[in-house]
Design a protein around this ligand. Structure first.
Ligand SMILES: [Zn+2]
Length: 279
C-alpha cells in the first residue's frame, strides 16, 4: 500500500507535468472505487486549469482554477491510491492499460490516468472553498517532518496501545503505514509491542527522529515498490532494496546480524530484530 514516501513521490513527479495544464476532456469508467464518482462532476472539471498539487498524509489534493480572468477557484480533486492505485501522466498516444478508471485529457497531448486493479482507492471532486481536510475520512495528525518534541511525547504516551498500532492509526502522526512503521521502530530500537504509555522521553525522541529519517530517505529513494506502486511518471520506486527489516523475516539484521522475526501486531505482520529491539 502506498505510504507517505510513495504519495510524495507521485506528487513531486506530477507537479511539473500537471500544474498550468488545462483539462480539455475526461472519461470515467463504470467500475466502482472506494468512494463514488458522480456523473455531474465532469461538467465542473472540464475547462479548468491545475493550479497546485499537494499531499496531506497519504492523500493527494489537486487544486483547480477556472480559465476566467483572475482565475477564481474551481474546486479540488481528492485522490487516495488505496492499495494498488497508480496516478500518472502519459502521452495520449500510449495504449491505455487494463484497470484504468479515469482519464483526464490535458492540453498538451498527454493525459492524467488513474489505474487501480484492486479498487480500494478513490478520486473525488469537491467545490471551491471546501475544507478538504474534513473529507479525508480519518483524523490526521501532523505531518512527520520538523515535529516539536513535547507534543509528540504527549501524544504517544496518551495511548495504552502498542507503538505499531499508534503509528498505523494516523492521528499521532500522518502518513506512516506498515512498511515505514516497521523500519522506523527498528531504527529507534523499539519493540513493536511496546505500549505508548510506557515510553520514556528518550524513547519518544528516538522514535520521532527515526520516522523523519526513514521517510526522508524513502522519499530520496522514490518510495518502495512491493507490487504495483509507480511514481507519477510511471517509474518504480527503489527504497525496497534498503529495507532493514520489512519483508526480511528469517534474514540477518543489517545492524547486528540476528535473525529478523515476524510477529502479528495490531492485525499486521510486524518485522523486527529481537536483539536491537528488545521488549
Ligand atoms: Zn539487530
Amino acid at each position: 500500500m502506498p505510504e507517505l514516501p510513495e504519495v510524495e513521490t507521485v506528487v513531486r513527479d506530477l507537479r511539473p507535468l500537471l500544474v498550468g495544464r488545462t483539462v480539455e476532456a475526461m472519461w470515467a469508467g463504470e467500475q466502482k472505487l472506494r468512494r463514488p464518482w458522480k456523473v455531474m462532476w465532469p461538467r465542473k472539471l472540464v475547462g479548468t486549469r491545475v493550479s497546485e498539487i499537494n499531499r496531506r498524509g497519504k492523500w493527494i489534493i489537486i487544486s483547480l482554477t477556472s480559465k476566467a480572468r483572475g482565475r477564481p477557484p474551481a474546486g479540488f480533486l481528492l485522490v487516495h491510491l488505496g492499495m494498488t492505485g497508480q496516478f500518472t501522466v502519459m502521452p495520449s498516444a500510449d495504449p491505455i492499460k487494463d484497470h484504468t478508471h479515469f482519464l483526464f485529457f490535458l492540453d498538451n497531448r498527454t493525459n492524467l490516468q488513474y489505474r487501480d486493479p484492486r479498487r480500494f482507492g478513490s478520486v473525488e471532486w469537491f467545490p471551491p472553498n471546501t475544507d478538504v481536510e474534513k473529507h479525508l475520512g480519518e483524523k490526521l495528525g501532523p505531518e512527520p517532518f520538523g515535529l516539536p518534541a513535547q507534543p509528540f511525547r504527549d501524544a504517544v504516551r496518551a495511548s495504552k496501545r502498542t507503538l505499531k498500532a499508534i503509528l498505523l492509526d494516523q492521528s499521532v502522526v500522518a502518513g506512516v503505514g506498515n512498511i515505514y512503521a516497521d523500519e522506523s521502530l527498528h531504527r529507534a530500537k523499539l519493540h513493536p509491542e511496546t505500549r505508548g504509555a510506557d515510553l520514556t522521553d528518550a524513547g519518544c525522541d528516538r522514535l520521532r527522529k527515526a520516522i523523519e529519517v526513514v521517510l526522508t530517505r524513502a522519499i530520496d529513494g522514490r518510495g518502495s515498490t512491493i507490487r504495483d506502486y509507480v511514481g507519477g511518471s510511471g517509474l518504480r520506486g527503489g527504497f525496497q532494496n534498503e529495507f532493514a527489516v520489512y519483508g526480511r523475516g528469517g534474514e540477518g539484521c543489517p545492524t547486528c546480524g540476528a535473525e529478523v522475526q515476524v510477529l502479528r501486531v495490531a492485525g499486521r505482520s510486524s518485522h523486527f530484530c529481537p536483539a536491537c529491539q528488545p521488549r
